[in-house]
Design a protein around this ligand. Structure first.
Ligand code: NOJ
Length: 755
């Protein structure tokens, strides 16, 4: 770049910086003047976040919300949407309160708002941050057209325990992939400018470590070393903060014996001071009163703890509302704490432009054009296709040949309800395309055989638990035996059987942990009966967590993981099954052989006694291998890819160098396809023990059949850094390995060193 251009560039950056400063000064002045007019009660009112409308995750504790809004005792609400509903409540705030401060409107927009995309675990299997960003942008656009200005996403909790139902809401087990996707979500929801009427505040959650609950049981205790936190669990939250996320939600669990909602170290030292977060901190649903059950004191005491730790909005608990003023008057909470919290709530509203136009997000015309339009439906199909993971494909059983006689069997073939998965509150499952209707639409009615084969769940206790909370699981009129008999007869007439099996959507998500993570027993029984027909079987799975699939893997020809694929899932699955699209998803979470291996994750430590078949005293199980059934990064294609040897730009680098890692990838099969090339490193000697592999880069390459490409990754010393025992982020000179390949297990490797 010439000198002149450089100085023009610098000038532009300076001007931009100046404009930003001017904006902030203006905002601060505006809020200072407004706050001078506010009473203590009105300030505390801004910290109150009740739920209106739906009972999503617990009892609706906020009574008489409308009355409270009129009294200026509400800062925002959540769980209500549509321009009409939002207008009604906003009018109460703007027309009937003394200071006319508009409300925030939040909602759990988790994987789409009205148009539903695959569940986040499925989206993470795309390994495609740009695509994830597009889905978040589309979700943000729809939410904003439906009156909302705040979404409670992304959930970035690292999860290594598939028993936990909420693994469906996150991006799996890896800090690097998780960080890339956290950034993508934030950028997608928030766009570049809040002042646009289709960008919304994002909320990274659940801060922090919520994914590490003991035994995979939701809300359970977390206890973790700082080293593990910094190196393995915190990076995705940090990535969201660095991407400019506007709000943070605290988690239900404890950290170092103190619930996150009362944890000063977490919210002050780490989030505010170390990470420089200057947005808004909100609690989770009744997170404050729940601290009494944690054993932190009565309602007033936990309110004091929550305020002093730095929570600024109280979701549903109404503890701030009840005790905030008293706590200030008695000197337990400083007035400055309330002022700072109130300022952050008002800043969020200011940034959204709500003081200029409280109805910025209330636009009936936009509501009609933005919601479930053609582009969003096309994106939903694209995301569903790219999220599918081909776990096994013996004898090239897939893709199916339309000329063959194919029997589609299973409770999920014609199902619509489960396709949109959990956390899809505003999604209309009746608009979801089932596999069966997609097949009929594409190939005409009467082309394929069908049998239901089994209910989704036969276990009455489980069914009751799910149905008590809107599980919508029904039983067929036929007995389970009759269903299987009919299915076997149907299968006998076919050349190939496609069994569509899985979890009910309610078996995943919040408060949906399972101790055994296989297919429901009755569905497995169906599969075993189908196997006895001797027909080749393709297993199409719908589920929200890694399942244990050892029997399935050993007995069926092909397995296609489709997660809960969203509004267009049926069409997407049909296109993949028949080869119109080639699967390219890769697992973001390890699939164990059985539950006894959990927690299981690829980036584990080596131990002092790594597995050795010939030695008794090594780290292993007597009854199964240590390795998972399907490792992190695994995912096949209808084509095959070959990897050449890894070439390094140099064998040794210094702190100032870049290391180029090049590998040739060739499509050696019979289909065009997309491969996700993965690069891992291992630090061989460190001042603390280091993982056997760590993902550091990945790239998706599209290759026509017969085509080859050189893929080059550039690493620098920063990629070799980790937090040491002093929690300093350092790279230590010494020997490393770099691995490149198609999964965390199937890799080539070479050595290099850092001088
Ligand atoms: C509880 C959940 O933990 C959180 O993820 C969600 O955003 C809130 N409820 C609001 O529904």
């Amino acid at each position: 770049m010439s000198r002149k251009l450089l100085s023009v560039g610098l000038l532009a950056v300076c001007l931009q910086g100046q404009a930003q400063l001017d904006k902030e000064v203006k905002m601060n002045q505006y809020i200072t003047i407004l706050m001078q007019k506010m009473t203590l009660e009105e300030k505390i009112g801004q910290l109150n976040l009740p739920s209106v409308g739906f009972d999503v995750t617990g009892p609706i504790l906020s009574q008489g919300v409308e009355e409270k809004i009129k009294k200026g005792l509400v800062g925002g609400v959540f769980n209500t949407y549509t321009p009409a509903a939002v207008r009604k409540l906003q009018e109460l705030a703007v027309n009937e309160t003394r200071l006319k401060i508009p409300l925030l409107f939040g909602y759990d927009v988790i994987h789409g708002h009205r148009t539903i995309f695959p569940i986040p675990l499925g989206l993470s299997a795309t390994w495609d941050p740009a695509l994830v960003q597009r889905t978040a942008r589309a979700a943000g656009d729809e939410a904003a057209a439906d009156g909302l200005n705040w979404v409670y996403s992304p959930m970035v909790d690292i999860a290594r325990d598939p028993r936990w139902g909420r693994v469906s809401e996150g991006a799996g087990e890896d800090p690097y992939l998780g960080s890339q996707l956290a950034t993508a979500y934030v950028k997608g929801y928030q766009g570049n400018d809040f002042i646009l009427d289709n960008t919304v505040l994002a909320c990274v959650k659940h801060f922090a470590l919520y994914g590490a609950g003991e035994a995979g049981r939701d809300y359970n205790t977390v206890d973790m070393s700082r080293l593990r936190m910094y190196n393995e669990y915190l990076p995705p939250y940090k990535a969201a903060i660095d991407a400019g996320v506007a709000t943070v939600m605290t988690s239900f669990n404890e950290i170092d014996g103190v619930p996150a909602t009362a944890n000063k170290w977490l919210l002050q030292d780490l989030l505010r001071k170390q990470w420089k977060f200057n947005g808004l901190i909100v609690t989770d649903y009744t997170g404050i009163p729940e601290m009494s059950a944690h054993g932190m004191g009565d309602a007033k005491k936990v309110g004091e703890l929550a305020l002093n730790a730095g929570n600024e909005m109280d979701m549903v608990g109404e503890v701030f509302l009840k005790y905030g003023a008293e706590l200030v008057k008695s000197g337990k909470v400083d007035q400055a704490v309330i002022d700072a919290a109130c300022r952050n709530v008002l800043e969020a509203k200011y940034k959204l432009g709500l003081f200029d136009d409280p109805y910025r997000y209330v636009n009936e015309a936009r509501n009609k054009t933005a919601i479930m339009n053609e582009a969003k439906l096309a994106l939903s199909k694209e995301a569903a296709i790219k999220s599918m993971v081909l776990l096994k494909n013996a004898n090239n059983t897939l893709p199916l040949q339309a000329g063959k006689k194919i029997a589609f069997i299973g409770p999920l073939v014609q199902d619509q309800r489960n396709l949109i998965g959990n956390w899809s509150g505003a999604g209309d499952w009746k608009k979801a395309v089932s596999i069966w209707s997609a097949l009929e639409q594409k190939y005409g009615a009467g082309k394929f055989l069908y049998a239901k084969g089994a209910n989704l769940i036969d276990d009455p206790a489980l069914r009751k638990r799910l149905n008590d909370h809107d599980g919508q699981i029904t039983l067929d009129e036929k007995s389970p035996e009759q269903l299987i008999t009919d299915a076997v007869q149907t299968a006998q007439q076919a050349d190939v059987v496609v069994a569509v099996l899985g979890e009910a959507f309610g078996m995943t998500g919040e408060a949906a942990s399972r101790s055994m993570i296989g297919l429901p027993d009755n569905q497995l029984e169906l599969l075993k009966a189908l196997k006895k027909t001797g027909k080749p079987i393709v297993l199409v799975l719908m589920n929200g967590r890694p399942l244990t699939l050892q029997w399935e893997n050993d007995n069926v020809e092909a397995i296609l993981e489709t997660w809960f694929g969203g509004t267009q899932a049926g069409t997407a699955i049909a296109e993949v099954l028949f080869g119109e699209a080639n699967p390219s998803g890769k697992l973001s979470m390890t699939f164990p052989r059985n539950v006894g291996q959990v927690p299981i994750y690829y980036n584990h430590k080596n131990t002092g006694r790594p597995f050795d078949e010939n030695q008794k005293y090594t780290s292993k199980y007597l009854d199964i291998p240590n390795s998972p059934l399907y490792p992190f990064g695994h995912g096949l294609s209808y084509t095959t890819f070959s990897y050449g040897e890894i070439k390094l730009s140099k064998p040794t680098i210094t702190n100032a160098d870049k290391l180029q890692v090049t590998v040739r990838v060739e499509n050696t099969g019979n289909f065009d396809g997309v491969e996700t090339v993965q690069l891992y490193i291992r630090d061989l000697v460190g001042s603390i023990t280091r993982p056997v592999k760590e993902l550091k880069r990945f790239e998706k390459v599209s290759l026509k059949k017969g085509e080859g490409k050189d893929v080059t990754f550039t690493l620098s010393v920063d990629d070799l850094k980790f937090y040491n025992t002093d929690l300093k982020f350092v790279a230590e000179p010494g020997d490393f390995k770099v691995f490149v390949g198609t999964s965390s297990e199937q890799v080539k490797e070479v050595a290099f060193s850092l001088k």
